[in-house]
Write a protein that binds this ligand. Structure first.
Ligand code: 6R9
Length: 636
């Protein structure tokens, strides 16, 4: 029996039982047998969900890049680690072998050192999907600096908020980026952001679009000449297992984004273990995760999980619709992709197109299909299964979060029988529980509740950067001695889990987590807006879209409504980014509120979703009469 690579259902149950009976020896064996440690840990696990404090492999010493790169050099030096597929299909793909990756990471690490970056310093990375993104992340890890990647589709305000929250010392960016037909002035956004960032001492700029851009004297420098002059020798910094590896921001239901902190040892073990099992990766397979590295999915399943297994991982710069809707399938044929991992929103968008976009290409290399980011609806599941997988590739519907570091619930392909819309069973070492509103665990099957975890797993985030109190409040205070995910779930007759969606004020739009509060904050700053409430409603392609209820100030009442709508969306683009734009904006004279003044989003959600028959009891509202007015003017 192998703890690390499960191949049969019986083996899964055995390994799972062991992982629950004795988690420390289970994870201890995985960590010992499959990774390089400079010093072995003193304790596998120390934990207390009340503080909360979670430590895995404490006392262990390692460097994650040694595990992801150096140790593969002897046997896999000429194997591609990363295959970079550019936006424009007429440009050649770039194969970066493990040897080449090693050289480039070491050089980059030396450039960082020459800029005064050292262990524990925060480095912000605001790059499009170009090789420098992967290389700079690993270069930080090589020298023990903490990377904070900000998705390159975020606005200047979103960027500066994140830089300031973790006092980043250095910023790595590019002159511009390509997305399909569009070219984006990334450096212009950076210049705007940095007006408000005192902590940044230097900016390294990669060349991508060759546009003529502004370079700030004494602050900005082109990256390539520095790399050309750097030495390719860089010994890995020896780190503690519990030292931070990275910060990644995720939206909360209130206030500013949360800088989730992941630490080195546990994250490495968990992403590598889940990658190996959930994609049944075999030597020489080609794995493709289409996510952007700006999100956790890209961190864990483009970079760390695959590279820790010596895998070949594709990094795609483009979009699924360029030059046409066959691009994904073309790339699969071109690189003979074996495992393909994408999001339901992309599947739905592509399923709307003619199947000729698919049938043109040879997809026979595919063995496993993955889905992540939001619940996958039945129709999309069947299209994925029939048209892409030809009924032969198991679909792994993987449930997890930025906070969990890696996949928590998922079928293991060719092992766990799948059912559409079910994330099925927990990975070994993962102990889910469903809780009712009173905080009581609901045992047995055929039950629904709030999805929690009753035991730590190695990949979990350890804190929120600079705000441990918020970490405790958000994840460990709803229920005693439990990690609360914020999602609801149903457990069926055989114990399979099906995720029913968020139970808080986070809306998942096209697979992206969006807190409604920060969007409301942004639009409330518009001079004509008095108050607003944002809710999600079901959308064919995006899964959910955003519906805004907006009360105008007197100055706004006389203005052209369409203009105000455009300005509100522009305000959102400026503060957060285009992904948070509102699909519908309804102007209202009031919002339904509780007697304590809280907006009743439950009612607004139903109105936005056109579920008007079952609004629940509205009589206890402060202003029950407003409900009819809002319904009468709802936008279809
Ligand atoms: C990895 C990632 C986390 C939230 C999570 C849940 C939703 C993710 C899902 C899913 C249903 C799945 N989610 N995977 N819902 N089925 N397979 O997406 O992280 O961006 O932090 O989002 O996404 O609501 O709580 P993140």
């Amino acid at each position: 029996m192998s703890n690390y690579h499960i191949k049969h259902l019986e083996e899964y149950f055995q390994v799972y039982r062991k992982s629950v009976r004795d988690p420390e020896s289970f994870w201890g064996e995985v960590a010992e047998e499959h990774f390089v440690w400079r010093k072995k840990w003193d304790n596998v696990l120390n934990w207390d969900f009340n503080k909360p404090e979670i430590k895995w492999f404490e006392g262990g010493k390692l460097n994650i890049t040694e595990n992801c790169i150096d140790r593969h050099l002897r046997t896999r030096g000429d194997k591609p680690a990363i295959i970079w597929e550019p936006n424009d299909p007429s440009q050649p793909a770039v194969h970066i072998t493990y040897k080449n990756l090693h050289e480039r990471v070491c050089k980059f690490a030396n450039v960082l050192k020459s800029k005064g970056v050292g262990k524990g310093d925060r480095v912000c990375i605001y790059l499009p999907m170009i090789p420098e993104l992967t290389i700079s992340i690993l270069a930080c890890a090589r020298i023990g600096a903490i990377h904070s990647v900000v998705f390159a589709g975020f606005s200047s305000t979103a960027l500066s908020t994140r830089i300031n929250d973790s006092d980043c010392k250095l910023l790595i960016t590019a002159d511009g980026s390509y997305r399909g037909k569009k070219s984006i002035d990334l450096k212009g956004i950076v210049d705007e952001a940095l007006v408000n960032c005192d902590s940044i001492e230097a900016v390294l700029v990669a060349k991508r679009t060759n546009e003529n851009i502004h370079m700030e004297q004494g602050r900005d420098e082109w990256l390539q000449p520095l790399l050309d002059n750097a030495s390719m020798d860089c010994e890995p910094e020896i780190m503690d297992a519990e030292d931070p590896l990275f910060i990644l921001y995720t939206s909360g239901s209130t206030g500013k984004p949360k800088g989730m902190v992941h630490t080195i040892g546990g994250y490495m073990v968990f992403t590598a273990f889940t990658f190996k099992n959930i994609f049944q990766y075999r030597e020489n397979d080609v794995f493709w995760c289409t996510a952007d590295i700006g999100w956790v999915t890209g961190h864990s399943y483009i970079i760390y999980g695959p590279l820790a297994n010596g895998a070949t991982s594709i990094m795609f710069e483009g979009v699924p619709s360029y030059p046409d809707f066959g691009r994904f399938w073309e790339v699969i044929e071109k690189h003979r992709v074996n495992q393909f991992y994408t999001a339901p929103t992309a599947i739905r968008a592509l399923a709307k197109r003619s199947t000729e976009f698919v049938t043109k290409y040879d997809l026979s290399s595919l063995k496993v299909l993955g889905s992540v980011g939001e619940p996958i609806n039945e129709e999309a599941w069947h299209w994925y299964n029939d048209i892409i997988g030809k009924g032969k590739c198991p679909i792994v519907d993987t449930w997890w979060q930025t906070e969990t570091g890696g996949i928590m619930l998922s079928p293991i392909p060719y092992v766990t029988p799948t059912i559409p819309t079910y994330a099925t069973l927990p990975l070994p070492g993962v102990q889910p529980a469903l809780l009712d509103d009173d905080g009581v665990e609901i045992k047995g099957n055929l039950v629904s509740g709030r999805l929690c975890m009753k035991f730590p797993w190695p990949g979990m985030a350890r804190t929120i950067w600079n705000d441990h109190k918020r970490y405790k409040e958000t994840y460990f205070s709803a229920y005693e001695n439990m990690y609360f995910s914020g999602d609801g779930a149903f457990r069926d007759a055989v114990g399979y889990y099906r995720i029913t969606g968020r139970v808080d004020d986070v809306v998942i739009v096209s697979g992206h987590n969006l807190g409604t509060a920060p969007i409301e904050d942004a639009i409330n700053q518009h001079p004509a807006v008095a108050e607003s409430a944002i809710v999600g409603f079901p959308h064919d392609i995006k899964g959910n879209a955003l519906y805004g209820f907006v009360i105008l100030k007197e100055v706004g009442e006389t203005r052209d409504r369409e203009n105000v709508r455009n300005e509100i969306n522009q305000q959102i683009v400026d503060h957060i980014g285009p992904i948070a734009k509102l699909e519908k904006i309804q102007f209202v004279s009031g919002l339904p509120k509780t007697r304590s003044g809280k907006i009743m989003r439950r009612i607004l959600r139903k109105i936005a979703s056109n579920e008007l028959s079952n609004l629940g009891d509205t009589s206890t509202l402060l202003n029950p009469e407003i409900v009819d007015h809002v319904i009468e003017n709802r936008i279809d």
